[in-house]
Design a protein around this ligand. Structure first.
Ligand code: GLY
Length: 351
């Protein structure tokens, strides 16, 4: 059977789109390439449009929309699967080592007030911003929960790597994969950092290394200078992340881990007694202007949903809705249009 939709990419963006389309009545297949360093399992799961200090404009608007969708979306997924998503509207603190040079959308707290929330913060901290609406999700728990929801809904998830789109004129004819060729009525490219291997897009990997500690639990995310600390409810504390333009070079490095630990210990010296439990790396899908690429391509039956850079986990529910509206109903939206592949800031970088 040829499905209505083939989603290329089984990360949170691809699965989110697949579920949304299935719920609207489409027959959907997902191709999950199991790429080492894929961003979904490697991420920290911050839902942080304010802490990330995004400039006012369409990306911030899209991120705020998606942050607002997170509670209902994860509730729905848990209700369907009885699996946790780890959504935790815990707020995010953003401490600084100097006085702020400009106002931001959060509440400014002095060190004493910050320490009521996070005891032990460094005396070097002058104060920090409190973003009570920013949140986090356990991206690995959410991924498992979403995969289960997708399968329960009747989406077929195929474990194979995409190799090449074959097209005739302005239509994709079929997708060549590592284990045969697949056809569909419509294709969605959601292959994260690997997207430009399948379609000419200026999407490149931006490596991030992370590590995890275990110790007394923090109750908020701490988004500091040079490092962020993301507590999980079970006592793990994720520490991230480096930002490295090294292509698809795999592995953790001594410098990467050392820089993260130094920045974390400077910010919160009490972490010195925490246990180091592990470390990993991942590849963010980056674009020249830092915005995702969403919407139609030059091929009539291929839609793009990639390049989410630092905000893929956050943007999953909004991307799922807007892309499904486009694919299934040809409906566009003021928050989809600015992210088209034809925007001027991408044109000189098309590869
Ligand atoms: N969203 C945080 C990061 O990409 O490191």
């Amino acid at each position: 059977m040829i499905p209505d939709i083939l989603v290329v990419g089984g990360g949170i963006i691809g699965l989110g789109i697949a579920l949304e389309l299935r719920d609207r009545g489409a027959q959907v297949q997902v191709l999950e390439g199991q790429m080492p360093g894929a961003a979904t399992p490697a991420a920290a799961g911050m839902l942080a449009p304010q802490a990330e200090d995004l400039a006012p404009g369409p990306l911030l608007d899209l991120c705020l929309l998606s942050r607002g969708l997170y509670g209902p979306w994860t509730e729905k997924l848990t209700a369907r699967t009885s699996m946790p998503s780890g959504y935790w509207p815990c707020g995010i603190l953003a401490p600084l080592y100097q006085n702020p040079s400009r106002g931001r959308s959060g509440v400014w707290l002095d060190l004493e007030s910050l320490r009521e929330k996070v005891p032990g913060l460094s005396v070097e901290v002058t104060g920090g911003w409190w973003f009570s609406m920013d949140a986090q999700v356990d991206n690995q728990a959410l991924w498992s929960c979403l995969l289960k929801a997708v399968q329960l809904a009747g989406v077929e998830v195929l474990p194979a790597a995409a190799v090449k789109f074959h097209h005739r004129g302005d239509k994709v004819e079929f997708l060549e994969t590592g284990s045969g060729c697949l056809s569909a009525g419509h294709y969605v490219l959601a292959a994260g950092a690997w997207s430009s291997k399948l379609y000419p897009l200026p999407v490149a990997p931006l490596k991030g290394q992370m590590l995890v500690l275990r110790g007394p639990r923090l109750d908020q995310v701490v988004f500091g200078p040079d490092v962020y600390l993301v507590p999980r409810r079970d006592g793990r504390l994720l520490v991230g992340a480096t930002t490295e333009e090294v292509g698809f070079t795999p592995g953790n490095t001594a410098a990467g881990i050392s820089n993260l630990l130094q920045a974390a210990l400077r910010l919160l010296p009490t972490l010195a007694s925490y246990t180091l439990e592990g470390y990993w790396w991942g590849f963010r899908p980056s674009t020249p202007d830092g915005w995702p690429i969403l919407g139609p391509s030059q091929w009539d039956n291929l839609t793009l949903a990639t390049g989410h850079l630092r905000n893929g986990i956050l943007l999953a529910p909004a991307t799922a809705q807007l892309i499904s509206n486009w694919v299934w109903e040809r409906q566009t939206h003021p928050l989809l249009e600015p992210f088209g592949v034809g925007r001027p800031s991408l044109q000189e970088n098309l590869i």
